[in-house]
Design a protein. Structure first.
Length: 359
């Protein structure tokens, strides 16, 4: 590695470390302020609360690494541009593409770090963190015999769901058993599907069986759709529906195959499956965009402008990736591959255009 490559790599790594500490500190502070009231209301010990936030650190690290890489490249090259170091290098015959080696190396290193962490560390820590939040803080009473076989206990009811889909707040294969105070079965409702709308569950294609108070016989009625008050909401099913960040790529792939085999819609999980591969690569793309912007001479005013540029680009990526492409993929409007990779391709084109014009 040349002296120039070592210098650029060292500066990017130094700025990345500083930014990572700052961004993670802000992230944790906001999350702590938002959720500490819930821990206090549930009388959860402080040690358990700190353990919960500690277990979330790997996920936060994975999420903020692309932003940190982008900002570190922008700041490094912004300062070099402001100090006319880039002008000196270019006037010495060193092209931008000859300086891209250490930049791409930093991006590839960040990509490997994000990918390996998301596969090996995040699933283990998020399972424990979610368990603390849902069982100790939210105090949900729920049993799952399988990932798609969900049992919930109400005050005088036991409810079974065959499959729950969190993206559209719907459940398949709903059975509601209601009991009297002596735990005698007095009503049973079976429905093909249930959708949560306006604070109530709308059951579709079902049968209602209930005990007649006079004859003690069973009255049976069929319905196409009926609104029913059930003692749980979509938030209560958060642990029942497996989260993508709780599974590795292979586990998620196997889960998608099982959901398909049982005849359910696995589109949201297919989108998450492809996103597990596509997300780490944004680190390399962000380094290209940062280098292209800095080398074009757009960032000459130092740290503040560099951070503004970086946060603006990260915000645009987050809006495009999480709120547009991924949502369209979950809804089945875009194929899972396009939903997960579309933004990466778009930003790769932007980064390539900036680099070509910069040189």
């Amino acid at each position: 590695m040349t002296i120039l490559a070592r210098y650029i790599s060292r500066e990017i790594a130094k700025n990345f470390g500083i930014l990572l500490v700052v961004v993670m500190g802000i992230y944790l502070t906001v999350d702590f302020i938002e959720k500490i009231d819930n821990f206090m209301e549930a009388n959860v010990p402080l040690g358990r609360a700190l353990l919960y936030f500690g277990l979330k650190l790997p996920l936060i690290l994975v999420q903020v690494t692309p932003v940190g890489v982008l900002l570190s490249v922008l700041i490094t090259f912004g300062l070099m541009s402001k100090n006319n170091e880039l002008v000196a290098l270019r006037s010495s015959g060193i092209s931008l593409f000859s300086m891209m080696g250490p930049i791409i190396l930093c991006g590839v290193t960040a990509t490997l770090f994000v990918g390996l962490s998301a596969e090996g560390i995040v699933p283990l820590t998020m399972v424990r963190a979610n368990k603390i939040w849902l069982e100790e803080v939210k105090q949900h009473q729920m049993t799952t015999t399988q990932q798609k076989d969900i049992w919930l206990r109400g005050e005088q009811s036991i409810i079974h769901l065959k499959f729950y889909q969190p993206d559209n707040m719907s459940a398949m294969g709903i059975t509601v058993n209601r009991f009297d105070r002596n735990f005698n079965l007095v009503q049973r409702i079976d429905a093909h599907k249930g959708v949560y709308e306006k604070g109530r569950w709308l059951l579709e294609k079902g049968i209602d069986q209930r005990v007649d108070s006079l004859t003690k016989g069973w009255d049976v009625s069929y319905f196409d759709d009926r609104q029913v008050d059930l003692p749980f909401a979509p938030d209560d099913l958060a642990r029942a529906a497996p989260q993508a960040d709780e599974m590795s790529f292979l586990q998620l792939k196997q889960y998608v195959e099982r959901v398909r085999a049982e005849g359910y819609d696995a589109t949201p999980y297919e989108v998450d499956l492809h996103a597990k591969i596509s997300f780490p690569f944004i680190c390399v793309i962000m380094t290209m965009i940062g280098a292209g912007l800095a080398a074009r001479g757009r960032i000459r005013d130092g740290l503040a402008i560099s951070i503004v540029y970086g946060l603006g680009i990260a915000f645009c990526y987050a809006i495009s990736f999480f709120l547009v492409f991924m949502r369209l993929g979950y809804a089945g409007i875009l194929p899972p591959v396009m939903a997960a990779w579309g933004v990466n391709v778009l930003f790769l084109c932007i980064g390539g255009y900036l680099l070509i014009n910069a040189d």
